[in-house]
Design a protein around this ligand. Structure first.
Ligand code: PMP
Length: 317
């Protein structure tokens, strides 16, 4: 019989798909993380952070998980918590769309809204509110994906080995968008240990610290889930050989092209990573390039897949 005992057992083991309609030489392949049960790469770290906290005693039966997040990490935590019997509270800034709030609530998450205008150090910001709730609620735990070593470790233990086995060691380049840096760091470290010649390439939105540097021109951009304005603890820059800067326009153009050419529906960060991967794959067609596709495009139908929204932001479609 092939019956999973819970939805948790279906996390990971995502497929690698060759993008040869987009790049006929055939050396560009995508790891489709939207085939995870909650639709994104973040279920891997949610499971790892919860299991680490259970093991350390930080999270005890019946406990409450509190995280400032509006997106994929919240869904990942919710899905694991549902099966394990934990309560989840997500604090989110009020700019977050109704759709995203509803998605979290569908999984039973208690959503607490905080004003977007306050910086992370302000007690009324969504970070501040999460800290306050964590101090007030007994048996509560904050995973904190930007500081939690279980984040990169989950990719060292699952994403990296999967790619190694799926490519039978033929991987030449590992390309990933960088947010917390957990994906690129964990999988990159594993792959380099197995094969030191593997090149690790970070894809970064224009305006983010990874390509701008701390003193650079850091500014807002539209692509979600990648790029930062500070260096998270979870990224190890020594694992990353180089970064490729990708604009919002290029990221969205690729995200819109992928469903039409490959039947692959992803968001802006998937478009960003595939655009960077395509540039690398063109440099040398003998090297196999593996690129991460972190989530589905379904969450962005009213944004980058909507012509009016694109026009309102000044992007040509
Ligand atoms: N894309 C999306 C949509 C994400 O939510 C994230 C996670 N922030 C990433 C890419 C980047 O992954 P990581 O945090 O592991 O660098």
């Amino acid at each position: 019989m092939s019956i999973h005992e819970s939805i948790i057992d279906t996390i990971g083991n995502t497929p690698l798909v060759r993008l040869s309609r987009l790049h006929p030489p055939g050396n560009l392949v995508a790891k489709l993380e939207y085939t995870n049960p909650g639709g994104s790469v973040k279920e891997r770290i949610a499971l790892a952070m919860i299991e680490a906290a259970e093991a350390s005693g930080e999270l005890r039966p019946g406990g409450t998980i509190i995280e400032p997040t509006s997106g994929n990490t919240g869904v990942g935590l919710a899905l694991v918590a549902a099966v394990r019997g934990y309560r989840v509270i997500c604090t989110v800034p009020d700019k977050v769309s109704q759709e995203k709030r509803d998605l979290l609530r569908a999984y039973g998450v208690e959503v607490v809204i905080a004003p977007t205008e306050y910086g992370p150090d302000h007690s009324d910001s969504y970070y501040g509110v999460a800290n306050k709730l964590a101090s007030e609620i007994e048996n509560s735990f904050q995973p904190n994906q930007y500081y939690n070593e279980a984040n990169p470790r989950s990719h060292y233990e699952s994403t990296g080995p999967e790619i190694w086995e799926q490519t039978e060691g033929e991987i030449g380049v590992w390309v990933a968008g960088v947010g917390t840096g957990g994906t690129i760091t964990g999988a990159g470290r594993f792959l380099k240990e197995r094969k030191p010649s593997v090149e690790v390439v970070g894809a970064d939105p224009k305006g983010s610290i990874y390509t701008q540097g701390p003193g650079g021109e850091i500014h807002q951009y539209e692509v979600e889930g990648v790029g930062e304005d500070f260096y998270p603890v979870t990224v190890d820059l020594d694992v990353i050989d180089r970064f490729i800067e990708v604009s919002d326009e290029e990221s969205f153009a690729m995200a819109r092209r992928l469903p039409r050419t490959e039947g692959v529906l992803t968001g802006g960060s998937g478009g960003l990573a595939v655009e960077a991967g395509l540039q690398v794959a063109r440099e040398e067609t003998g090297r196999l390039v593996v690129v991460i596709v972190p989530d589905s495009g379904r969450g962005y139908l009213s944004k980058l897949f909507n012509d009016e929204w694109m026009a309102s932001k000044g992007f040509t479609t």
